[in-house]
Design a protein around this ligand. Structure first.
Ligand code: GDP
Length: 487
C-alpha cells in the first residue's frame, strides 16, 4: 500500500502538472533501455530533427507543414539534472563521435509550436505542446520486483542465478568470498563493503562479458547515478541464510536493513517522482548485440524485457499500480542500430523483436497497452550500396569505421570509408529459441557484421544551412509517440 505521503506527493505533482498543462499542454516522454541501447543518441537525434526541420515523411505534423517551430525551453524540474543536449549534438554533428552514454536520470523540455488541425484545439492550446523528455537507465526499472521481496527472498533468488550455469564462472569470486562469511557474525563496515563491491563487480562482468547478459537487480549497482558509495548501496545478498531472524547487531541484520533502505530511499522515490508522471514511453533494445552474443543472451534479454514491461502494467494490487494515476497509454519498443542491416532486413528485425516482446509479455500477462515494435536507427551511420560478384548483385553498407576497427586484417584510422556485407537476418524468428546444441554463446546469425561506424557527415545545402541527422524510421517512432498530441 502507498503511504499517506506517497499519495499526497503524487496528487500534488499531478495537480501541478495538470495546472501547468491548462496553460500549456505538456507531455512527459520517457526514454529508457539497458545501457548502450542508444538512449542518448535517440534523444539527441529526435530533438535535432525537430528543431532543424529534418526529413520526417511519416511524421504527419511535420510532413504536412503544420509544425511552425521547435525549440528548447528551461527544464521545469529544478531537482533533476538537465539532459546535455548541446554537448551531445555537438559530439554527433561537429566532432562526429558518439556522445557520452546515459549514467543517470536527466531531462529537458522541447516545445513545439504547430497548427492544429482542429479549430477548438487551437483555442484551447494555442497550438503549443511542451514535451518533457526524461532519459533514465532501464536498469532502474529492473528494481521493481525487489519491492515485493524481503531480504531472504532477494538473497535466495540472487544466489540461485549466480550459481546457474550461465553465470557461475562470472560469480565465482563473489560466491567464494561470501561462502567464507558467517551471516551471524558481528556487523562490520569493511566486510559489507567488500561484499557489495564483489557483488557489483560480478553484475558488471555479466554485462561487460562478450556474453552480453542483461542486468540483474539492484539496478543502481551498475548505474548508481549520484548514489555511488552511499550506505544504501553498500549491501549484498547473503546465500544460504539459516532459519529464523537476523540476530541483532549481525552482518545479516545490517545487510537486511540496507536492503530495506535501498527500497525505501532509492527505488520507491524513482518510481514515485519520475516514472509515475510519464505519459508515453520508448524502450530501446539492442537485439542485434544479443543475437550476436548467442542463445543465452537472447533468453536473458527476454527476461529483462518481461521485468521492464511489468512496470508498465503492474498488477492491480501492487504498490506501483496505486501510484499510477496517469497511465502510460503507449509504449514503443525500438530495436536500435538498424543501420547495421540492409533495408531488406529491417522488417525482419521488427518481426524478431516483436516475437521476443510477445513472449516476454506473455510471461507477465501484459495486455491492454498500445504496444508497438519498430526497427530504427536514430542516427544512420551507413549508406547502402551494391557490389557485383560472380554475376550476382550483393548489398553493401558503407560508412567510416571508428578508429581502431579491424576488418579482414585491415585496421581503420577513423577517416576512410569502406563497405561491408551486412549479412541477412532469417525471415522466421523461430531460430531465436531453437536448441543451441550445447553452444550457448555461438552467434545466432553468424554472418552479421558488427563493424562500428562513426556518426555520419552532415551534408550542407548550397546556402550553408545544416541538414538534419539522417535516420531510419525515426519519423514513424515520432508519429506513434507524438502524432495524436499534435493532431
Ligand atoms: P545509452 O547508454 O542508452 O545512452 O546508449 P548511447 O545512446 O550512448 O549509445 C551507445 C552506443 O551505441 C553509441 O556510442 C553508438 O556507438 C551506438 N549507437 C547508438 N545509437 C546508434 C544508431 O542509431 N546507429 C548506430 N550505428 N550506432 C548507434
Amino acid at each position: 500500500l502507498t503511504s499517506f505521503s506517497d499519495d499526497a506527493r503524487i496528487a500534488f505533482d499531478n495537480l501541478a502538472d495538470r495546472t501547468a498543462g491548462l496553460v500549456q499542454p505538456t507531455m512527459r516522454l520517457g526514454v529508457t533501455g539497458l545501457s548502450r541501447a542508444g538512449k542518448t543518441v535517440f534523444i539527441g537525434a529526435l530533438a535535432h530533427n525537430l528543431i532543424h526541420g529534418g526529413r520526417l515523411p511519416m511524421f504527419r505534423a511535420q510532413q504536412s507543414g503544420r509544425i511552425a517551430r521547435a525549440y528548447l525551453e528551461p527544464q521545469p524540474d529544478d531537482a533533476v539534472p538537465r539532459f546535455q543536449y548541446e554537448d551531445h549534438v555537438s559530439a554527433l554533428v561537429d566532432k562526429r563521435i558518439w556522445p557520452d552514454s546515459t549514467r543517470a536520470i536527466s531531462q529537458f523540455r522541447l516545445t513545439v509550436e504547430y497548427e492544429t488541425a482542429r479549430a477548438w484545439g487551437r483555442l484551447l492550446s494555442g497550438g503549443k505542446l511542451s514535451i518533457d523528455i526524461v532519459d533514465y537507465p532501464g536498469e532502474w526499472l529492473l528494481d521493481l520486483p525487489l519491492l515485493r521481496q524481503d531480504f531472504r527472498a532477494f538473497s535466495e533468488q540472487a544466489t540461485a542465478l549466480a550459481r546457474s550455469s550461465a553465470r557461475a564462472d562470472l560469480a565465482a569470486d563473489w560466491l567464494a568470498l561470501t561462502g567464507r562469511i558467517d551471516p551471524k557474525e558481528a556487523e562490520n563496515e569493511g566486510q559489507a563493503r567488500a561484499l557489495a563491491e564483489s557483488f557489483a563487480a560480478y553484475l558488471a562482468a555479466c554485462k561487460a562479458d562478450s556474453r552480453a547478459l542483461s542486468t540483474l537487480p539492484p539496478g543502481r549497482f551498475l548505474m548508481p547515478g549520484d548514489l555511488e558509495g552511499s550506505p544504501a548501496l553498500t549491501f549484498a545478498p547473503l546465500p544460504d541464510l539459516p532459519a529464523g531472524k537476523a540476530p541483532r547487531g549481525s552482518l545479516w541484520a545490517m545487510m537486511e536493513r540496507r536492503f530495506e533502505s535501498y527500497k525505501t530511499h532509492v527505488v520507491k522515490p524513482f518510481f514515485r517522482n519520475h516514472f509515475a508522471r510519464l505519459d508515453r514511453q520508448i524502450v530501446l533494445v539492442d537485439a542485434l548485440q544479443a543475437m550476436n552474443a548467442g542463445h543465452e543472451a537472447v533468453v536473458d534479454l527476454e527476461r529483462a524485457l518481461a521485468d521492464i514491461l511489468s512496470c508498465f502494467r503492474p498488477g492491480r494490487s501492487s504498490w506501483l499500480a496505486s501510484l499510477l494515476t496517469r497511465r502510460i497509454d503507449r509504449v514503443l519498443i525500438g530495436a536500435t542500430k538498424a543501420d547495421h542491416l540492409h533495408h531488406e532486413s529491417h522488417d525482419r528485425l521488427e518481426t524478431i523483436v516483436r516475437r521476443l516482446v510477445h513472449r516476454a509479455g506473455e510471461r507477465i500477462d501484459f495486455a491492454g497497452a498500445d504496444l508497438e515494435v519498430m526497427a530504427l536507427a536514430a542516427v544512420r551511420a551507413t549508406r547502402e550500396s551494391e557490389i557485383e560478384r560472380d554475376g550476382e548483385r550483393l548489398p553493401l553498407i558503407v560508412g567510416t569505421p571508428l578508429a581502431g576497427e579491424k576488418i579482414g586484417g585491415e585496421t581503420f584510422d577513423g577517416h576512410s570509408r569502406t563497405g561491408v556485407f551486412p549479412g541477412d537476418l532469417p525471415a522466421n524468428p523461430d531460430f531465436l529459441f531453437a536448441d543451441p546444441h550445447g553452444d550457448e554463446h555461438a552467434p545466432l546469425v553468424p554472418d552479421l557484421n558488427f563493424v562500428r561506424f562513426r556518426p555520419p557527415k552532415l551534408e550542407r545545402t548550397a546556402e550553408g544551412a545544416t541538414l538534419s541527422l539522417p535516420h531510419i524510421r525515426l519519423d514513424r517512432a515520432l508519429e506513434f509517440l507524438l502524432g495524436d498530441w499534435l493532431a
